[in-house]
Ligand binder design. Structure first.
Ligand code: FE2
Length: 186
């Protein structure tokens, strides 16, 4: 049976793994196991920041921010632009369906501030489903197209507020640093 204490204990053990690939495999197993149930989710996890459109509720974060696992909530109609994570990411669906678009960067990265993207695939991530983004080249955008708050479980190699991330405007052909406010810190 999945409990929040079990998820946190597992996350602490995973945070001690030094090999990136082993850590990703273990995090994928944890997320896959945890999203088979939703009765461990807390009431506070349903609260989402109106200004940002999403909130990361930390379950466990390594003190040096090199590993973190969060329940993430998205408001209806809100999302995140195409962006990177600096390392691997595992997302598991808990409540509702979040639409993830995976992008491929197609330019040669020779012009600062400019970037071209094309859609690689679109994944509607529902409860119990897992999406793995294994490395630095991964770019995704997220949108909650449903009429209710959606929740998912996110494990990151690097805490999103403490690593270099970039976001893209595929229509304008631009790339910028992606800075999110650590309003969700505990
Ligand atoms: Fe992301």
């Amino acid at each position: 049976m999945v409990t929040i204490d079990w998820v946190v204990d597992q996350a602490k053990q995973i945070s001690t793994l030094e090999d990136d690939k082993q850590q990703l495999m273990a995090a994928t197993e944890l997320v896959a196991a945890a999203v088979k149930q939703t009765d461990w989710i807390l009431e506070e996890h349903h609260h989402v920041c109106e200004s940002q459109g999403w909130t990361l509720h930390p379950l466990f974060v390594k003190p040096d921010h090199t590993f973190g696992i969060f329940v993430t909530g998205w408001l209806p109609g809100r999302g995140a632009p195409a962006h990177t994570h600096a390392g691997w990411t595992v997302i598991g669906g808990l409540v509702g369906v979040e639409t993830n678009t995976l992008w491929t960067r197609t330019d040669d990265e020779s012009v600062e501030g400019e970037a071209t993207l094309e859609v690689h695939s679109v994944k509607a991530l529902g409860p119990g489903e897992v999406l793995v983004m294994p490395g630095e080249g991964d770019i995704h955008s997220v949108i909650n197209e449903t009429g209710a708050v959606t929740l998912s479980l996110h494990a990151y190699q690097f805490h999103p507020n403490y690593c270099d991330r970039f976001c893209y405007d595929p229509d304008a052909g631009t790339v910028h640093p992606f800075i999110t406010t650590p309003i969700d810190e505990k």
